[in-house]
Design a protein around this ligand. Sequence first.
Ligand code: NAP
Length: 313
Amino acid sequence: MSPDSRKRIALLGHPVSHSISPRFQQAALDALGIAATYEAWDTPPEDVPIAVERLRSGDLLGANVTVPHKVAVMRLVDRPDALAERVGAVNTVVNRNGLLEATNTDVAGILRTFEGAQVALAGKQIALIGAGGAARAVVVAMRQAGAARVTIVNRTQARAEELAPLGGDELDLRFAPLDPSDPTFRSTFDSADVVVQSTSVGMRHGPAEHDSPVPDDAIGEGQVAFDLVYVPEATPFLRNASEHGAVAIGGLDMLVHQGAASFELWTGRKAPLEVMFQAARAALAERERSTPGSGSEDTGPGTSGAADSTGGA
Ligand code: NAP
């Protein structure tokens, strides 16, 4: 293949330099012998329309979109799918001969994470801590998986209630304050099969790096704890849950699985998961060695993020 026929995939965000997606996506492309380069495009908000136009070019297979552009890009593409409309944000754009389709693979990332951990969600009671952009994808995923009930536990109750329409008719969506002294707080956690932590608490360099948003003994035996934060891999929330006997699942699984779902849309090939996990872990370890205590990213649907956090890709 001539160098001219090499394809490209972009990551649109601001900032993007911390992102480990280029590392694990490029590793996946190389492993399958696909002649394509995954490039981070640092795109300030005023340049987003022009960057999206560039994606129509024949050499671009598509893009990942991360904070703070997930909502803006949804309005600029030709065809956001029903899932993206439901979540209210896109993280993946696919260039189909100049026509831009877009979706949100965070939902698939969450569902594949639970499948990979062999945790069934149908009929289950879920406690969801947080109500930001990432929480929106969690609610949509739980609805899709047939969970019976999701109780959103957030510091700002009004923000949680904005997620009410996401439950549709089939999901019993409830709200509880993030206040351990409130009686609904205890009953929410006691009755939960699965607890999902989607705040930035516990994230390296986040607002409360050494904390968990819930008391140490809120989760225990017979329950599953999933933290969307993945730097560090063992957050205070996950460590506590694990010490009290719960099954703990970290956010790196979601990050890689959402990336794998995007990869499959751009290339039509099955993503080499092992290669992607290995490259993601190597990139995080390298970063940790060069700047100890650094670096978090996510490709979530969020519209905000700490300086070194990029919701998603
Ligand atoms: P966001 O939209 O900014 O929402 C942040 C959430 O955290 C809100 O619910 C906020 O509560 C809560 N919060 C922040 N500081 C808090 C504190 N000190 N105490 C209690 N609650 C606090 O962020 P996001 O986009 O949803 O992302 C949230 C986290 O998920 C980030 O750490 C991000 O890296 C991670 N993430 C991971 C992945 C992945 O692939 N693994 C994907 C997406 C996101 P209020 O509403 O009260 O402000």
